[in-house]
Ligand binder design. Structure first.
Ligand code: MBD
Ligand code: FE
Length: 286
């Protein structure tokens, strides 16, 4: 990649997202799926595809176009992007049925572990000339019964004011606008950052090409990503959105939920303030 290149390409983002996913998969225990379940899920998935082929009378040229496109998705490394945008929301809704506390939503392809631990009152790592309106995001982490959770971790990541994530676009320092904020003795945090821009699916890759071919739009509303964890509690993965922002009602990733939209307060110095309190569900004790 040339040093003068400033905008992220689908290949940059895709290759890095594929690598991040492989690394995350290596840290996780392999899923124990029985042959019975594999057989059932495979058959039902294939039947759903056959049903579309039969009822829509899908032609050879259409089949070949899909094949060519699927090959490109792999070549550019966009499987994490494609699956997180178009499939993860339904998996998350299934998981949400048995979860209490703060509403979750999808993780998406751009989480990176191992960021700096930051105190409860902090500013996210950012460039000296970081573009964008200042945003002061504050709140508290509590148990379902209202007990404040001191030492809880808010693992935060977000796009910059151009809609790009560090680690997945050129010319952004590693760890930019990422960090693990640790709550104080009252479970509280005050994080200064910038207001992220809406995110656009790269238009130069196969996912963007598919969206354009179908006449859809490639946008996600502006959002903060969070994983919130505390000892003895179930980790919550969620996103927070901003009231009045674009694309809230037509997120290409179908990952907005009404109770995750923050009210923004404009402050005297021109910055924005927003608050959210998290409630974590205890894990059953053995
Ligand atoms: C994102 O920033 C994102 O959050 C999701 C879910 C998918 C693609 C890009
Ligand atoms: Fe995102």
């Amino acid at each position: 990649m040339s040093a003068t290149q400033t905008s992220a390409s689908a290949a940059d983002a895709g290759a890095n997202a594929s690598e991040a996913f492989r690394a995350a998969a290596a840290r996780r225990a392999a899923a124990a799926t029985s042959q019975e379940r594999t057989d059932r899920l495979l058959r039902r998935t294939l039947e759903a595809i056959y049903d579309v082929i039969r009822t829509e009378e899908v032609s050879y040229p259409e089949f070949q176009a899909v094949k060519r496109w699927l090959m490109q998705v792999g070549e550019v490394g966009e499987w994490p992007l494609l699956l997180d945008v178009f499939v993860e929301h339904e998996i998350e809704k299934v998981a949400a049925k048995t979860q209490r506390g703060t509403t979750g939503t999808i993780e998406g392809p751009y989480y990176l572990p191992g960021q700096y631990r930051l105190p409860a009152a902090t500013t996210l790592p950012m460039r000296p000339d970081e573009k964008g309106a200042r945003l002061v995001f504050s709140g508290q982490v509590r148990d379902l019964d209202g007990t404040a959770l001191a030492g809880a971790e808010l693992d935060v990541w977000q796009a910059d004011a151009d809609g790009y994530y560090s680690g997945f676009a050129p010319n952004i320092p590693p760890g930019n606008l990422r960090g693990v904020v640790v709550t104080d003795a009252d479970g509280r945090f005050v994080v200064t950052t910038i207001k992220p821009a809406p995110y656009r699916i790269p238009t130069d890759g196969p996912t963007g090409a598919m969206i354009a071919a179908a006449g859809w739009h490639p946008w996600r509303p502006a959002h903060l990503h969070l994983m919130v964890r505390a000892e003895g509690h179930r980790q919550v993965t969620t996103q927070l959105y901003f009231d009045g922002g674009d694309w809230l009602d037509s997120d290409v990733a179908s990952a907005t939920k009404d109770d995750l939209v923050l009210a923004l307060r404009r402050q005297d110095d021109g910055s924005y303030a927003a608050s959210y309190d998290f409630e974590l569900e205890p894990v059953a004790k053995p």
